[in-house]
Design a protein around this ligand. Structure first.
Ligand SMILES: C[S@@+](CC[C@H](N)C(=O)[O-])C[C@H]1O[C@@H](n2cnc3c(N)ncnc32)[C@H](O)[C@@H]1O
Length: 246
């Protein structure tokens, strides 16, 4: 599979984790079958775009459900997309593009765009309102990214942003016996998350990402400024919050 595009290394880069990403995620971190069931059950679409598609674990499931739908994945980390490219070879309807969301341009629009743990997602902590988490720590980058995204979603189309549980410090074994751990620190505009994987005493992977956060009201205002308006009850979707593009 050919990966189009090119990009400079930027914040939000997953190069350090890429070789271990699938191992960590498929050891119970995300439930990819359920994620895709939620996308296909509640939505009809002829074309779909994932922003922050990583190694293509969601796209692979989606390709199995939708073998003839036009599917595009965008990501800024070359080593993540290389793994996706291998994984998705058998799906001629899936394309990949190496681009930063703040600048991306596919010269196309899509019926549905989504991000699950990708560039943007929501966290719901108990009965509290959801808050938005962004891999883009800089405020201006969030505006640039959403402006670019808005240019790629059809009027009347949808944006689905994934829902995750609250972040906390923990460690647990993954399927090959290595120990995954994460540590969260508050930051001025959000939080910093440190990811580690250790084989006995040796740390084989470490990665740090700075996340910006927005309250529910701030998130709706930010997304609304780019034509994405919240629809339906949050509780209606177990894995995503849905926004309709004006
Ligand atoms: C936690 S991974 C999620 C991958 C995939 N959605 C999944 O569920 O397995 C986050 C991905 O977002 C990508 N990402 C972060 N910031 C980005 C940006 N500014 N533009 C494009 N991709 C970005 C990273 O490279 C990484 O692959």
């Amino acid at each position: 599979m050919v990966i189009t595009g090119g990009v400079e290394k930027a914040m939000g880069d997953y190069t350090n984790m890429s070789a271990y990403y699938d191992l960590i995620m498929t050891s119970g971190y995300y439930d990819y079958k359920k994620i895709v069931e939620n996308i296909v059950r509640d939505n009809s679409f002829g074309s779909v775009l994932e922003v922050g598609c990583g190694t293509g674990l969601i796209l692979e499931e989606l390709g199995q459900h939708h073998p003839s739908t036009e599917i595009m994945g965008v990501d800024l980390t070359e080593s993540m997309l290389s793994i996706a490219s291998e994984r998705l070879q058998k799906f001629p309807n899936i394309s990949l593009s190496l681009q930063n969301i703040t600048q991306f341009d596919l010269k196309k629009t899509y019926d549905l765009a989504f991000s699950y743990g990708g560039v943007w997602y929501f966290v719901i902590d108990g009965d509290n309102e959801p808050f938005l988490v962004s891999h883009l720590y800089d405020e201006e980058d969030n505006h640039r990214g959403l402006a670019r995204l808005a240019d790629h979603v059809n009027s009347g189309g949808k944006l689905l942003l994934g829902i995750q549980g609250p972040h906390h410090d923990y460690e647990k074994p993954v399927s090959n016996g290595m120990i995954y751990s994460q540590k969260i620190e508050p930051a001025q505009h959000g939080f910093t998350k440190h990811y580690y994987l250790a084989d006995d005493a040796e740390v084989v992977m470490s990665q740090t990402i700075n996340y910006r956060t927005y309250s529910w009201d701030q998130a709706r205002e930010l997304l609304g400024a780019y034509g994405f308006h919240h629809e339906g009850d949050v509780g209606q979707f177990s894995h995503f919050i849905s926004f309709r593009k004006a």
